[in-house]
Design a protein around this ligand. Structure first.
Ligand code: ATP
Ligand code: MG
Length: 491
């Protein structure tokens, strides 16, 4: 859930929850106040039964006053009604002239009696309220005339001030309840919303501190799917990339060190030999013209090896840095391989080796390649096959196979083969499966590393299959020039 949605929801919750809780609180308070009012004899009797009872009593009195006023002088009769009123806390008075001839015993202060409204001729029923202190009494007055002509009135007096007090208390309590509800709900919601935002931020902060301290081996795990979650995912990606790039940097550094040590080692060996032969000549060890000639030839051959090694190294480092441009052109692959093999024939015949060329490609199959660089690859692989041949009847085969978008080249020999342990490394620079033996053959261990760079520069793959004593096959692929009419794209 996004932070925006969460904030909107929390805002809605902050409005809806307090309202709902306030309603519940109002109902609970109302119920409890009703209970309290009941306890104080203002409860259900008063609020539920009273209306019916009072209405009955009031109409009874009104009727009596209007049609049988003399009955109101009857002590027994009025007392009966007065007692009924008493049960609901209502005062009942009968006035004869200026005298109160009956009260139902509820203590009515003299103040009230003095304040009772006068008899009003012509109006039988009227309502008024009398204020006494902080009390407001409701008075229902019925005026009539006794048989002897004396003015008479009945009064029904109710004290509602208690209810007002209760309502005041109720509103007060409700106010507090609403305030507490508001504070609690808003507090709780704010706490949870801010926690859900702050927690992942803390994880992020911890992450940045780890990176600052150079530690990249940790993981920023955040499950939230909001904007901060997205930042955390991006942060985690950044950490991984940073880690990879540092590891790559370290790997480069390691490679560089290895390279320098390999170069030093490979240059040191012929230089030491050259020094030895030159010393031999200087010290007069080569004491005949034939010997001197032999020494000089050896020196020349060693210097040539070194020269070749330096050339290879130079080419490799340039390819590695992607500093050599590829001159891609369309090449008829069958023709191209036939020419390459032709050039290698001399070497092959010298060593009495056979080379077969097998191709199932259509005559006009074309590839895109850099002629010169591809020749380096083919020459090195064939020369490896020649160099590492241990059989009397050496056989090499160049096999071209068509694939969907590429041509697969296989250069197969029946030579000494490569052991399983060496197989994964033969494309590494300076890697020689058997250094002591290979040194005699003059290999620097750069040939296949260069071949790999070149084939990858052609967007192809290169790999090896080999069995010790049985022979080796080096495979590589070259992208075909696709015929547009076949729906392909020219590469
Ligand atoms: P360079 O090619 O630079 O003269 P090299 O031939 O030793 O030196 P690579 O061509 O890179 O180096 O080959 C790497 C190693 O792989 C060789 O030293 C050899 O041990 C092994 N190897 C390559 N091709 C063959 C093969 N056809 N048969 C047996 N071993 C091979
Ligand atoms: Mg080689």
């Amino acid at each position: 859930m996004s932070i925006r949605v969460r904030l909107v929801l929390s805002y809605l919750a902050m409005v809806i929850i307090p309202i709902a809780l306030s309603i519940i609180a109002a109902l609970i308070l109302f119920a409890s106040f009703m209970g309290m009012m009941y306890d104080k004899r203002l409860g259900s009797d008063f609020l539920k039964d009273v209306p019916e009872k009072v209405i009955g009593l009031v109409s009874e009195i009104d009727r009596t006053a209007s049609y049988d006023s003399e009955k109101l002088k009857d002590k027994e009769y009025v007392d009966k009604i007065g007692k009924e009123f008493k049960t609901v806390n209502i005062d009942f008075l009968v006035r004869h002239g200026e005298d109160i001839i009956y009260t139902n015993g509820i203590k009515i202060e003299s103040l009230v009696i003095n304040k009772l409204p006068k008899h009003r001729s012509g109006i039988s029923d009227h309502f008024s309220s009398i204020e006494i202190g902080d009390k407001e009494l409701s008075v229902k007055q019925h005026d009539f005339v006794f048989k002897d002509g004396t003015k008479g009135s009945t009064f029904i007096i109710a004290d509602f001030s208690k209810i007002g007090e209760f309502i005041g208390e109720y509103i007060h309590a409700l106010g507090w309840a609403v305030l507490i509800i508001l504070m609690l709900t808003n507090g709780v919601i704010t706490y949870f919303v801010s926690k859900s935002i702050i927690k992942p931020l803390k994880v992020l902060k911890h992450g940045t501190e780890q990176i600052k301290d150079g530690n990249l081996n940790f993981e920023v795990k955040v499950s939230s799917r909001d904007e901060i979650g997205e930042v955390c995912v991006a942060f985690e990606e950044m950490r991984k990339k940073l880690k990879d790039s540092i590891e790559l940097q370290l790997q480069y550094e390691e490679n560089r060190k290895e390279l320098i040590s390999s170069i030093s080692h490979d240059l040191k060996t012929p230089i030491t030999a050259i020094k030895g032969y030159v010393e031999g000549i200087m010290d007069g060890v080569a004491n005949s013209p034939e010997k001197v000639d032999k020494y000089v030839r050896t020196i020349y051959s060693k210097a040539t090896d070194m020269d070749r090694l330096i050339d290879d190294l130079f080419l490799f480092s340039k390819l590695d840095l992607k500093k050599i441009p590829f001159n891609f052109e369309k090449i008829n692959i069958k023709q191209y391989f036939e020419d390459c093999i032709e050039e290698l024939q001399m070497d092959l015949q010298e060593r009495k080796m056979r080379l077969d060329f097998i191709s199932d490609l259509p005559e006009n199959t074309e590839i895109t390649a850099d002629r010169e660089k591809l020749k380096r690859v083919v020459t090195n692989i064939v020369q490896n096959a020649i160099k590492y041949m241990d059989k009397d009847t050496g056989e090499i085969a160049v096999i071209l196979k068509e694939e969907e978008t590429a041509v697969r080249v296989q250069i197969k020999d029946n030579g000494q083969g490569i052991s399983e342990e060496d197989l994964p490394f033969i494309f590494d620079r300076f890697y020689r499966a058997d250094p002591s033996r290979n040194r005699n053959t003059g290999g620097s261990g750069l040939g296949l590393a260069i071949a790999k760079q070149i084939i990858e520069g052609h967007n192809g793959d290169i790999w090896v299959e080999s069995k010790l004593d049985e022979g080796t096959s080096i495979f590589f692929t070259l992208k075909k020039v696709l015929n547009l009419a076949q729906g392909g794209v020219s590469t």
